[in-house]
Design a protein around this ligand. Structure first.
Ligand code: UDP
Ligand code: MG
Length: 319
């Protein structure tokens, strides 16, 4: 049994790869760690794949997988996790911003301290402010919404028990929320470890400002989906009821005012002249739409074969 699988997603990182592989090898050899590396080439258009071919020839511990086109870091991690065989899985960026020297410490936390996963924390970052500032905000929101107390959700350097890595279902840009996904699956022992961080040595970052918007939208998706995926009506129905409540209030006020004016022998006026009428109208329409959306979502959830989305931890006395 292997002790460790190092999963590395990479997209156009040809310059860093030889250095990275040599470094991981050096650390594992000196610590006596039986390891493998799974490098997933996420559709690189530079010479990365050729470099990987050469590296995997020299070192049999290296497995390389290539996507036909760029699919995103999450998909690359997913493939890496699926192929991992080590009892601990560590993910690492290919750009040498994460240091392989952290490997022994991370393994110790998973194996000896019993964490389901350990996330790196780049306490001192060597990134431009355009990146660190949005990241701070993003982490604060993620902390609040998930209840997981991590400083750095999106650190590329993370360690997992094999079982945990294979239980998280990452797609889209969800790699930013692996701790949230792990917690959702019932792996709540999530630790944090301060790790060294280097400035990018070669190439440039693969995520622009889009990281911020996509990241926030994914956080909304993830929280909503985790809570309401089997009962969408509870979400849409509640919003619909709120809308109907508003329209009801507007209706009562409009009617009441009209009656009051009549009783005072004032001219009642047209309801369409009352701004409240439009609030009534809009809330009514929105509420109906929300209800219909909820019903449709319930139909979608109930159609098709249901794949269980629970994981069984342990079973005692199975016959
Ligand atoms: N990456 C990837 N697919 C992509 C974009 C990035 O596999 O579509 C890899 C990239 O090669 C690197 C890691 O994901 O190994 C982190 O990317 P990057 O260093 O650009 O992100 P940053 O450090 O700026 O957050
Ligand atoms: Mg990087």
């Amino acid at each position: 049994m292997l002790d460790l699988t190092v999963v590395v997603p990479l997209f156009n990182e040809e310059e860093s790869l030889p250095e990275l592989c040599a470094w991981v090898d050096r650390v594992c050899q000196s610590e006596g760690i039986a390891y493998e590396m799974v490098l997933v080439d996420d559709g690189s258009t530079d010479g990365s794949w050729d470099v990987l071919k050469g590296l995997s020839k020299d070192n049999k511990a290296i497995t390389a997988v290539q996507f036909r086109r760029n699919q995103g870091k999450s998909e690359a991690l997913h493939v890496g996790f699926a192929r991992a065989k080590g009892s601990v899985v560590i993910t690492m960026d290919a750009d040498l911003q994460d240091s392989p020297d952290e490997i022994p410490g991370l393994i110790a936390m998973v194996v000896d301290e019993g964490y389901d996963m350990v996330s790196g924390w780049k306490k001192k970052r060597y990134d431009p402010i355009t990146k660190t500032l949005p990241t701070k905000l993003f982490n604060a929101v993620a902390r609040k919404m998930s209840g997981i107390h991590l400083h750095d959700f999106n650190c590329g350097l993370k360690a997992y028990r094999l079982e945990v890595a294979q239980a998280v279902e990452i797609q889209g840009e969800m790699h930013r929320y692996i701790p949230v996904l792990a917690k959702m699956q019932g792996y709540g022992r999530i630790g944090e470890r301060v790790v060294q961080h280097q400035a990018r040595k070669y190439g440039s970052t693969k995520f622009g400002m889009s990281r911020f918007f996509n990241g926030m939208l994914d956080l909304v998706t993830i929280t909503m989906v985790s809570r309401f995926r089997r009962r969408p009506m509870h979400l849409f129905g509640t919003l619909g009821l709120i809308m109907f409540f508003f329209s009801g209030i507007a209706l009562v006020v409009i009617g009441g005012l009209k009656l009051w004016r009549l009783s005072q022998d004032l001219s009642p006026g047209l309801v369409t002249e009352d701004p409240l009428f439009y609030i009534f109208l809009i809330s009514m329409v929105l509420g109906t739409q929300l209800f219909v959306t909820g019903l449709l979502a319930e139909l979608v959830v109930r159609s098709g074969k249901r794949k269980p989305d629970y994981l069984i931890g342990e079973t005692i006395n199975q016959g």
